[in-house]
Design a protein around this ligand. Structure first.
Ligand code: GLA
Length: 685
């Protein structure tokens, strides 16, 4: 278990710290304070190109080696960031062609981080050189346990740019995909609005234009940009694997928010590392959803520095941020609570961003473990030290444990990119909001959930949700059928299978390629404005705790004979028509939910599905307490988190062992505001 911080030794030299005689003397103080807080790893170096190569070809890694030596003396391990996220000014001055050009044809200038076009050969070449030089100079340092490639790849809207080299690569990418120009014209549907091209060089990039570009072209552009981001990271990963084969590589991702395919990215990394925004969001289930998404990116082939299977949170907020309109303080106990949330959902490394509030630069009012004065008598340092103590205790028992989920939510970037485009049936439909409704229902009932692409093997899951796979490739539809055929239960919804992978609508009915699976056809769909509602009328055994609305979208469903109707619409010209159905297919069941409702409906749906699929909540506790489980063989470690600002009463019907205090708990127990309980069970022992 790694517990650490993001350290910028370059910020803490004379005249900002240290003395004229001993300009780096603060580093020793920092290392000692880190160790006292239970920290065992630091990440550093990711923005230091200009210091490591102050002019072309003149490298200076000595200062970084000295910083690593200081860490070594204190027993701290090091993750080194390759510095390509912050190209030096001299490089941009020498090669202005590396600067990214935006969709309006305007150059985005140097003077900040990420000022580069990912398709620039020159940038690739300079990146290769600095990465090679860094790995050669520091790759043998005994403290080095992992590489972080670049930083925040795709951030600040840099996942694509419109430079000439991007255009060149785009056209080559299209040629590899379509092979002939006729095929491209046909599959992209270029006869619409007279967009037929005669040659690869004529295919446009989706630059600013009078109106919307062909959605098939835009979807391809997103795929191409994603492949570019992944290729840039892979180029560095390959180089690092060649030079330091024993050191695993990662990069810091965000919860599927950047414009590249995070699953593809995870494939070229040895382990997944993420930046977490927790402590800013108030809703625990939204944080949990992001964590589960990121944990799910890499399910096999994981190689972490200590051989654990989990993922790392390489930037966890230590305090407040600097990019909201109002950057309020994080309340006492909340950093601890969210650290436990990450660990409980599978993290095997947590590092706080950042060690100390810098005295220089644009992030000086961002919260840190230490405040500007560096005294270590501040509130956050004390809280982190408490967590550090607890993590030392927990590490041995967590070793080898993991999160096991029996349910899964399907997610695909291509689908999301397709839905983000203009001219959708309902611009008020939001895919993330839809996913979150399903996720919350599982989360709030303490049922563990993974995320997966529709192309993954789903056979380990009892229950799979596919909310609004608007873009569904033929192959994906086949795999969903196979899953149900073999006994799985699939829940899909409206806005599914409206187009295939070429962005073409089917002429065989909606949902494309799945009408047999669900035993129905969607004849028409009625998007509703915000505030407009229909209602659901339920039949049979479906439990209903409330009157459930149908909002945003109503599919008008024509069920086939054998398909069972679970609910109908209550009003409008389609009153009495099927809204929710159940079909058996092979050994499994396919449920179709033709509309979007409110959260209570999804609770009822889960209650019904739980019975049907034999799913059990991890523990029975009040709704406001989040429960997760890490397990290995017979060992079970339960985490109970109180996300409320007031105590919650728990009842233990059988005695449980409180791992952090060693006490036995039974009967009533009041979990304090933002409190955490770790309960361990070792039945075999
Ligand atoms: C990202 C970056 C960090 C920092 C934070 C600020 O996570 O990786 O360098 O800028 O954002 O939120």
């Amino acid at each position: 278990m790694y517990f650490g911080t993001d350290y910028y030794p370059e910020h803490w030299v004379y005249p900002y710290a240290g003395t004229a005689d001993q300009p780096e003397s603060r580093w020793d103080v920092d290392a000692k304070l880190m160790v006292a807080a239970g920290i065992n790893v630091v990440r550093m170096g990711e923005f230091s190109w200009g210091l490591c190569e102050p002019e072309e070809g003149r490298y200076d890694f000595d200062w970084l080696r000295r910083a690593m030596d200081v860490m070594q003396k204190a027993g701290l391990k090091v993750v080194l960031g390759t510095p390509t996220a912050a190209p030096p000014i001299w490089l941009a001055r020498q090669h202005p062609e590396i600067l990214p050009i935006d969709e309006h044809g305007l150059r985005r200038n140097e003077g900040t981080r990420r000022a580069y076009c990912l398709n620039s050969d020159v940038y690739w070449e300079y990146s290769r050189r600095i990465v090679r030089a860094m790995a050669t100079a520091l790759g043998n340092h005994p403290q080095l346990i992992a590489w972080q490639i670049d930083n925040g790849i795709g951030g600040h809207q840099t996942s694509s740019s419109f430079n000439e080299e991007a255009r060149r690569d785009w056209q080559a990418w299209l040629k590899a995909k379509y092979e002939t120009i006729d095929r491209l014209n046909e599959l992209m549907g270029n006869r619409f609005w007279s967009q037929t091209v005669r040659d690869w060089s004529e295919v446009p990039t989706p630059k600013a234009a009078p109106t919307v570009h062909n959605p098939a072209l835009v979807t391809d552009w997103k795929r191409f940009s994603s492949d570019t981001c992944v290729a840039f990271v892979k180029m560095q990963a390959d180089l690092l694997h060649e030079l330091t084969p024993q050191i695993p590589v990662t990069t810091n991702l965000r919860a599927l928010t950047r414009n590249f395919d995070h699953f593809d990215m995870a494939e070229v990394l040895d382990f997944v590392a993420v930046d977490s925004n927790a402590t800013i969001k108030s809703k625990s289930s939204e944080n949990a959803c992001e964590i589960d998404m990121l944990r799910s990116l890499k399910k096999t082939g994981v190689r972490t520095p200590d051989g654990e299977t989990g993922f790392w949170v390489i930037e966890q907020k230590a305090g407040h941020v600097n990019w909201q309109e109002v950057n309020s303080l994080i309340r006492p106990g909340v950093v601890r609570l969210f650290t436990y949330q990450l660990v409980s959902r599978g993290a095997s490394g947590v590092l706080y961003f950042m060690w100390r509030q810098p005295r220089i630069g644009s992030e000086k009012f961002y919260g840190g473990v230490l405040t500007h004065d560096g005294h270590a008598d501040n509130r956050i340092y004390k809280e982190i030290s408490q967590i550090g103590e607890e993590m030392k205790l927990l590490a041995p028992v967590l070793k080898g444990t993991r999160v096991v989920a029996e349910t899964c939510i399907l997610y695909s970037h291509e689908n999301e990119w397709a839905q983000q485009q203009p001219m959708q049936p309902n611009k008020h439909f939001n895919q993330r909001e839809h996913v979150q409704l399903y996720y919350n229902a599982l989360h709030d009932r303490n049922i563990a959930v993974d995320f997966a692409r529709p192309t993954e093997d789903l056979s380990q899951y009892k229950l799979v949700f596919a909310p609004s796979l608007h873009l569904l490739a033929g192959g994906e539809a086949d795999l969903l059928k196979l899953y149900v055929q073999n006994g799985g239960t699939l829940v899909a919804t409206f806005n599914t299978g409206l187009v295939d992978e070429h962005h073409m609508a089917p002429d065989t009915g909606f949902p494309h390629d799945l009408t047999d699976l669900f035993g129905l056809e969607v004849i028409e769909f009625d998007p509703l404005a915000p505030g407009e509602e229909n209602h659901l009328a339920f039949k049979g055994t479906f439990p209903t705790s409330h009157l459930h609305p149908a909002r945003i979208w109503c599919d008008l469903i024509e069920p086939k004979e054998e398909c069972q109707i679970l609910a109908t619409y209550a009003k409008d010209f389609y009153a009495g028509r099927a809204a929710i159905t159940l079909n058996t297919f092979g050994l499994g069941r396919a449920v179709y939910v033709g509309t979007m409702s409110q959260q209570y409906f999804y609770y009822d749906l889960i209650a019904w599905l739980r019975q049907m699929c034999n799913l059990f909540p991890l523990l029975k506790v009040p709704d406001t307490v989040e429960v997760s489980l890490r397990q290995k063989d017979d060992t079970k470690i339960y985490f109970l988190l109180n996300h409320q600002n007031s105590p919650v009463r728990l009842q233990f019907y059988k005695p449980m062992h409180d791992f952090l205090t060693g006490n036995a708990l039974s009967g009533n127990y009041d979990l304090p505001p933002h409190g955490v309980l770790v309960l361990d069970e070792h039945p075999a022992a």
